[in-house]
Design a binder for this molecule. Structure first.
Ligand code: GRG
Length: 297
């Protein structure tokens, strides 16, 4: 697919997700005003909106109504944004720059950043459990379970814990793989799965999408590690060369730049192979796999 077509599809999805978030997270007038402002600062800042895009593209395979997919994608962006806010805190990665702006605790303060992260996480569940997301209670419950499992101790938060402990003791390749699968991969898998849940997809279709998302998640993370080594602060909107400085265990550190790049390309190709049964309906999902490894931000 032409990269311009992917780029305009991503832009359109991103604007639609932002409109939903803008409408849902309304500035209050009480003592909580600062919290709401901080939530908006975090979630509406200029990120790629990759996770909602994956939900929208996966939902499209099953002809799910677009507003429903956008709404569900917005919930995934809330969880992702919360993780970035908490990851940037002094107790975690202690970063000053995110998405080209001061991190939330720098723009406000640490307590506000913790609360805004908490509020974004819980808002995600408010969004997917509302009848506007699906008239079917089973679909809403499955979305909640999918998001909760991916975000929690068996997924993103668990992966973050392993990552923090790895700064003290380097990880072997299989352990890096598991950590990345939990920290980054789980939410990427959940983003794709959410589309399949909305589409009430067959077990076989879900399995294929899950294999796609697993490979994509690792490829995406390797590309992120490569950007930390080779990218610029201007392009990525965040500090670079942090992994080595912090003694982080990454695929790039383990394999070297060239082998890591080959591995990412191989995984993207492998991810695409899992989409064979979906024909033209998965064109955007295929294009995202290429984007994930060739991106500059
Ligand atoms: C603190 C609960 C908690 C979890 C932290 C996701 C995470 C776990 C930390 C964020 C830091 C990091 C580098 C994670 C790896 C995943 C990743 C590449 C995040 C950045 O995602 P992008 O590139 O960001 O999609 P944008 O800004 O475009 O949305």
């Amino acid at each position: 697919m032409d990269s311009d077509i992917l780029s305009s599809a991503m832009k359109a999805a991103s604007s639609a997700v932002d409109r939903v978030l803008d409408k849902i997270i309304q500035n209050g007038s009480g003592a909580e005003t600062q919290l709401v402002e901080a939530m908006r600062y975090a979630v509406l800042s200029p990120g790629k909106r990759l996770r909602p895009f994956l939900t929208i593209c996966a939902a499209e395979v099953f002809d799910v109504a677009r507003p429903v997919a956008v709404r569900t994608g917005a919930a995934l962006e809330c969880i992702h944004s919360y993780s970035l806010v908490h990851d940037d805190l002094p107790a975690m990665d202690d970063d000053d720059l995110r998405r080209g702006r001061p991190t939330l605790h720098k723009a406000y303060d640490e307590a506000t950043a913790i609360l805004a992260g908490d509020a974004l996480l819980t808002l995600a569940f408010e969004i997917v459990s509302a009848p506007e997301t699906s008239p079917k209670a089973e679909v809403r419950a499955e979305l909640c379970r999918t998001l909760a499992k991916a975000a929690g101790y068996q997924g993103m938060v668990g992966g973050q814990m392993i990552d923090l402990s790895a700064a003290r003791e380097p990880l072997a390749e299989s352990a890096i793989h598991r950590m990345q699968q939990m920290k980054t991969g789980a939410l990427i898998c959940a983003s794709v799965e959410a589309g399949a849940v909305l589409g009430e997809a067959s077990t076989k279709a879900r399995q294929s999408l899950n294999y796609y998302a697993r490979d994509l998640g690792v490829a995406f993370q390797i590309a992120d590690d490569l950007l930390d080594v080779e990218g610029t602060e201007e392009a990525t909107g965040k500090a670079v060369r942090k992994d080595a400085d912090h003694g982080k265990s990454t695929f790039v550190e383990l394999l070297g730049v060239e082998r890591a790049r080959q591995q990412a390309t191989m995984l993207a190709d492998q991810a695409i192979e899992h989409l064979a049964d979906f024909g033209d309906k998965a064109t955007l999902l295929r294009a995202v796999a290429h984007f994930a490894v060739n991106r500059s931000h």
